[in-house]
Design a protein around this ligand. Structure first.
Ligand code: KG4
Ligand code: ZN
Length: 366
């Protein structure tokens, strides 16, 4: 089965062709992604209206690029190329929730139009389920002992899930039922981004903190680790930015700010990672998890990867934690294709009438 997948929930406009083979592998035939990071950078964060307008401009070029990268004709070479594309696929998968509603609408409308014109089944995909499914784009997750704890650590979410069955058997509401922890306020990636902004780094700031922390002392400043209680399996990162901003003001007053940036970054990163990994360890113990996976943009953090490598044995796991292939950590349509394939196998593709009323939904739980 070959799936055309579309993702437009935030600031990445992406289309991909993903196959689902008889033995359950998911080879990615192509991924075309336009990242809007540079467009939003001057504003210090994603501007929803600018995001939707940009998706409108890039969605069709990304879909065409996904086909041409996979070896199909372009519309410049062959005006009938879309007919060839239609014949090449079996279904269309699209992120319809959660995200910026205007941005989601662009992908959903494109997917509905193509599914209608090409008479293909359409399958809606929950963006976070896409992040979980990204683990299955390589073969690292196949055959891992279950239950598996999956941490989604991105700019928008810090959620822990327990996965109890192979993905083809995920219940339709897998995300609602298996969530075991989330953040009460800011997400971990948001904590990286907001503290980086206070230090004067461009958006998204996580990678800057990661870089500048090297050579800094993680114990130089004692920033808060919220909710340390063993009885609470939730995160809270909003207090951190207040503490960091007070320290920055003090350092600027004394003229030490520039010199202490590595220490500030290392201490901020340590506070975020201690809070995150403390709850990951608690969840593994509380739910008897036998494997661990980390997905989302923060999974790219080099100190996080190092600490996972040092910690998994003492958490009682029998193999190292897994992360998706690096190129599938941040938002992309290949992961939506993977989740879409599992949903098609389960029979979740929409009928031609249900398809017409499919809408974009901003909130995660509807
Ligand atoms: O998954 P993602 O691309 O988008 C969302 O769905 O939010 O995650 C983006 C987040 C941003 O907050 C970014 O600062 C963070 O991932 N990030 C990092 C690193 N690379 C990306 N955070 C810490 N260290 C990194 N190396
Ligand atoms: Zn995401």
């Amino acid at each position: 089965m070959r799936i055309l997948a579309i993702e437009s929930s935030c600031d990445e406009c992406s289309a991909a062709l993903v196959d689902y083979t008889k033995d359950g592998a998911l080879p990615v035939r192509s991924v075309a992604t336009f990242s809007q990071i540079e467009i939003h950078a001057p504003y210090g964060g994603v501007v929803p209206e600018i995001a939707s307008r940009n998706h409108l401009e890039t969605i069709l070029p990304m879909i065409e690029q996904a086909f041409t990268q996979a070896g199909y004709s372009s519309t410049t070479d062959n005006p009938k190329a879309p007919r060839e594309w239609a014949n090449a696929i079996d279904a269309i998968a699209v992120t319809n929730r959660p995200g910026l509603v205007g941005a989601l609408h662009v992908g959903v409308s494109a997917a509905k139009a193509l599914a209608y014109a090409w008479k293909k089944p359409l399958v809606p995909v929950h963006h976070l389920e896409g992040h979980i499914a990204s683990l299955y784009l390589g073969d690292q997750a196949r055959g891992l002992p279950l239950p598996m704890l999956v941490a989604i650590v991105s700019g928008g979410h810090t959620n822990l899930y327990v996965i109890r069955s192979e993905p083809e058997l995920w219940p339709p509401d897998v995300l609602k039922r298996s969530i075991v922890a989330r953040s009460r306020d800011d997400a971990a990636g948001e904590a990286f981004d907001k503290t980086a902004k206070l230090m004067g780094f461009p958006y998204p700031g996580g990678v800057w903190i990661d870089r500048k922390a090297k050579g800094g002392n993680p114990q130089a400043f004692q920033f808060p680790r919220a909710l340390p209680q063993k009885s609470i399996l939730e995160f809270s990162f909003s207090g951190l930015k207040t503490a960091v901003s007070m320290e920055i003001a003090r350092l600027k007053n004394s003229g030490e700010f520039e010199a202490r940036i590595p220490d500030l970054c290392a201490s901020t990163q340590a506070a975020i990672l201690d809070a995150l990994l403390g709850k990951v360890a608690l969840a593994i113990q509380s739910y008897g998890c036998r494997s661990l996976a980390i997905v989302g943009g923060v999974a790219a953090n080099s100190e996080l990867r190092l600490r996972l490598e040092q910690s998994w044995r003492k958490w009682g796991l029998s193999q190292p934690p897994i992360t998706p292939p690096m190129e599938y950590c941040t938002d992309n349509a290949a992961m939506i294709g993977a989740a879409g394939a599992f949903r098609v196998v389960q029979g979740a593709a929409l009928s031609p009438t249900a398809m017409l009323t499919l809408s974009a939904i901003a909130s995660p739980d509807l």
